[in-house]
Write a protein that binds this ligand. Structure first.
Ligand code: 5GP
Ligand code: ZN
Length: 112
């Protein structure tokens, strides 16, 4: 499958690992939008938030369980933002479900 994040999971495209377990992988965004910008992805290829179903949703719970651990290890004691872009209108550029964790400075109030 021609998916950038599946290639990162295979190791054919290098990445800077932040966390991994049997369900998820977290790595640094190549073009950080904040001092801390981590991407968290399921090992299973799910195209976007729009592809979450009762059958595959356990990985989303896992992702949200490890977000506080990543935030703590990245020193985000002042807070952070979690984002998932979905589809064309959501400006999703990589079609493998991912959650951005952004922090390390006061983020803008703008979300749209
Ligand atoms: P999206 O726009 O789909 O929500 O987010 C995709 C993210 O993937 C972007 O923030 C972009 O910087 C990041 N990205 C794109 N290609 C690579 C890559 O090869 N390596 C890493 N680490 N991040 C990437
Ligand atoms: Zn993929």
């Amino acid at each position: 499958m021609d998916c950038l994040f599946c290639k990162i999971l295979e190791g054919t495209i290098p990445s800077t690992k932040v966390y991994e377990d049997e369900l998820v992988y977290a790595f640094r965004d190549i073009n950080p939008q904040a001092p801390v910008h981590v991407l968290i992805i399921p090992r299973e290829h799910i195209a976007s938030a729009d592809g979450i179903t009762p059958e595959n949703s356990a990985v989303v719970a896992r992702i949200f369980e490890i977000i506080p651990r990543i935030a703590a290890s990245e020193g985000l004691s002042g807070g952070y933002r979690v984002i998932t872009n979905c589809g064309e209108d959501g400006c999703q550029s990589v079609k493998h479900l991912h959650f951005h964790v952004l922090g390390g400075r006061r983020l803008t109030g703008q979300m749209g």
